[in-house]
Design a protein around this ligand. Structure first.
Ligand code: ZN
Length: 388
């Protein structure tokens, strides 16, 4: 156990003891100090000996079953040690006690909800948290936990509802999360061919954060579904420039839009617009062409050549393979195919917040649940453990 975790449990245990003592004073009951076993348990926690702390707390509970603070400390310890069944039993016993003061019942109910969350029993956690979210000291933490549950269950409408209640309670507006929920709802409506509802959700998403490329991509998808290639092209134009990390999302849509118009030959001209915006954008497009299997297009030969020359690891490879250092078209394509095969075998995206790696793109990191943190890895950065 890390010191930070021990300190958290320790402070929880002390608060529990103090609250019990306050409650006894309020009820006019005789005041009692903490038992020696309880203090021994705390001492073991301070000295990072959680096993001995558990033993001491269990002794304290056996000798004096009414020591609520000890039971809270034990329950929290069990949960943190991964012994969720024991934590659930401990907190369930507290919740079911008829003589428990309302403040302790709420504390025990919230602790039990945390146990259920840790155990992945989201429906049971939700039931308890919905009750706690109605009012009382656990209202705001319960609402935040409910957001987490509804995100995991992909119940976007309820997640929006929880954020709106939190915002009305003075918590900061989570504009990016809300815009993503709207886009999720738009995609659901689009798949159900309800384009009017999908457009309405995109409009709400676009009204949120100042720059929100996902809503542009979803709107372009709706336009493509409705065979409006002109609108799709005009929407997609700015995305690679403003968000080069999304080039892999844009390129296949651009190709589809041009195919709809029967003008695939315009791809070089369209891409030249982006490539002229600087090497970061040009490299992102070249990398996207490799990863999405679009490197065979004559339109991309020029972009790929520039990328091969700029990326140090790829440039070395080209120099080793090509004596005159200027690979012909066939060599450029062969190298793109080899890079793609290599890229498909390893992680292609990594979360900038928690380091979670994945082979496919996610708007929300499956590891830490942050939005917009998954970034594509260049061929030189790829590798590491693949966790998806
Ligand atoms: Zn993450």
């Amino acid at each position: 156990m890390k010191w930070g975790e021990a300190a958290l449990i320790l402070s929880g245990a002390l608060v529990g003891w103090y609250a019990t003592r306050r409650a006894r004073i309020d009820l006019g009951a005789p005041q009692k100090g903490p038992s020696s076993d309880y203090l021994t348990g705390l001492n073991f926690l301070v000295n990072e000996q959680p096993d001995r702390a558990v033993e001491a707390f269990l002794r304290a509970v056996a000798l004096e079953p009414d020591t609520i603070e000890t039971q809270f400390a034990l329950g929290a310890l069990f949960r943190r040690r991964g012994e969720v069944d024991r934590a659930i039993r401990m907190h369930q016993n507290l919740v079911e006690r008829v003589d428990l003061l309302p403040a302790f019942r709420e504390q025990a109910t919230y602790a039990l909800a945390q146990d259920y969350l840790k155990a992945g029993l989201y429906d049971r956690a939700e039931k308890l948290l919905v009750g706690l979210a109605e009012g009382g000291p656990y209202r705001l933490p319960a609402l935040k936990d409910l957001v987490l549950i509804y995100e995991l269950e992909r119940d976007w409408a309820k997640a929006i509802e929880m954020h709106e209640i939190l915002a009305r309670s003075g918590k900061p507006d989570q504009a990016i999360a809300l815009a993503h929920y709207r886009c999720e709802l738009a995609e659901l409506a689009r798949r159900a061919q309800d384009f009017a509802a999908a457009k309405a959700q995109v409009k709400l998403a676009s009204a949120g954060p100042r720059q929100f490329p996902r809503s542009v991509l979803v709107r372009a998808d709706i336009a493509l579904d409705e065979a409006d290639a002109t609108l799709a092209l005009s929407l997609l134009r700015r995305v690679p420039v403003e968000s080069p990390q999304l080039a892999c999302e844009v390129l296949p849509r651009l190709v589809r839009a041009l195919q709809l118009q029967g003008q695939e030959e315009r791809l070089p001209a369209v891409l030249a617009e982006f490539a002229g915006e600087g090497s970061e954008v040009a490299d992102a497009i070249a990398h996207a062409a490799i990863l999405t299997g679009n490197a065979e297009s004559p339109a991309l030969l020029h972009v790929l050549r520039g990328y091969y020359a700029r990326d140090p690891s790829v440039a070395e490879l080209v120099q080793a393979l090509s004596a005159d250092r200027t690979p012909d078209d066939a060599a450029v394509r062969a190298l793109a195919r080899a890079l793609r095969r290599q890229a498909l075998q390893v992680a292609r995206y990594r979360c900038g917040d928690c380091g979670f790696s994945a082979s496919t793109f996610f708007w929300q990191c499956p590891g830490c649940k942050s939005w917009d943190t998954m970034k594509p890895l260049g061929p030189g950065e790829q590798g590491g453990s693949l966790r998806s």
